[in-house]
Design a protein around this ligand. Structure first.
Ligand SMILES: [Zn+2]
Length: 299
């Protein structure tokens, strides 16, 4: 069976924020921050597929180590559907041409990757992201990338997904994008599980966007028991239709081969934790299946 890359219909269970290839090792001065063991990734994704996850949104973009030929190979061998992305991450990970280009030029670049494909590969980006801010909010170049993303979104209707550093400044992100015409039905503010603050969540959700609980398993930053508590509260308040889930695996040490918890952790350990909390299977299906489907397919 030939696996199709970037298919946005019949997504099935979907993880909204992952990286098949990523290399931030130079900036972080840490070889662990390079996902370059493709065989280990294929094994991870085969196990994930066997555990019932069908689609991964790969939010690695230009400057983060995106490699569509390796992506295609991993997709082919693992059988998982993958949605590639376009855009630029955050300081200090921007390629040089981000600083040299205008907002319009960056928008044109993203539109090209969405409409024509990435490089000469014919593989089209299905989402704009992850576009991010640092811990003190928008740097000038980051703001330029957000405005370029808003333009590319206006032209193509492509969803946008963001990175917040430690879950902060999400409200500024949604306000900026909304002010520049982005349809909040097609916007995910990411990594909010790293900042467990119910008032903050409600202010962001009030804008109509989705929020990402997308660093599941990163217990060093935030225990999963707190993630589960927050999800329970949000679902109880009726926001189950505005939350998407993922692990954001970015390091070799996160992979099972290197002693980590691995992608299947979400299905094997975290979902049972949510069921124990009293979140229903219907709400879990909403977050894993219905919300990604609506994000990619609403007009
Ligand atoms: Zn991120």
């Amino acid at each position: 069976m030939k696996t199709v890359l970037g298919k946005t219909d019949n997504l099935g269970r979907t993880l909204m924020h992952e990286h098949l290839t990523i290399n931030l090792s130079k900036e972080k001065d840490d070889a662990d921050a390079n996902l370059n063991d493709d065989e280990a990734m294929i094994e991870e994704l085969k196990a994930l597929k066997a555990a019932g996850v069908d689609t991964i949104c790969d939010v690695t973009n230009v400057g983060m180590g995106r490699d569509v030929s390796r992506m295609a190979m991993i997709v082919e061998k693992s059988g998982v559907n993958v949605l590639p992305s376009t855009g630029f991450y955050k300081e200090p990970y921007f390629p040089e041409f981000v600083c040299k280009s205008t907002e319009k030029e960056l928008a044109r670049f993203m539109v090209k990757e969405i409409v024509e494909g990435i490089g000469g590969s014919g593989i089209k980006a299905a989402i704009i992201g992850e576009i991010g801010t640092g811990q003190h909010g928008f740097a000038d170049e980051e703001k330029k990338v957000f405005l370029a993303a808003a333009r590319a979104h206006a032209e193509t209707g492509t969803p946008i997904t963001t990175h917040t550093t430690l879950g902060k400044h999400g409200l500024e992100q949604v306000e900026l994008l909304k002010n520049f015409g982005v349809d909040t039905e097609k916007l995910v503010i990411g990594h909010l599980d790293l900042n467990p603050d119910m008032d903050y969540y409600l202010k962001i959700l009030d804008k109509g966007c989705y929020i990402g609980f997308d660093t599941i398993g990163k217990n060093k930053y935030q225990p999963d028991s707190i993630r589960a508590d927050c999800l329970f509260q949000l679902v109880k308040r009726g926001y189950g239709n505005r939350i998407v889930l993922s692990l954001d695996i970015t390091r070799k040490s996160h992979l099972k081969k290197y002693g980590g918890y691995g992608h299947s952790y979400i299905v094997e350990s975290f979902i049972p934790m949510l069921l124990d909390k009293g979140i229903s299977q219907k709400d879990i299906d909403m977050m894993l299946i219905e919300n990604p489907k609506r994000l990619f397919n609403s007009k």
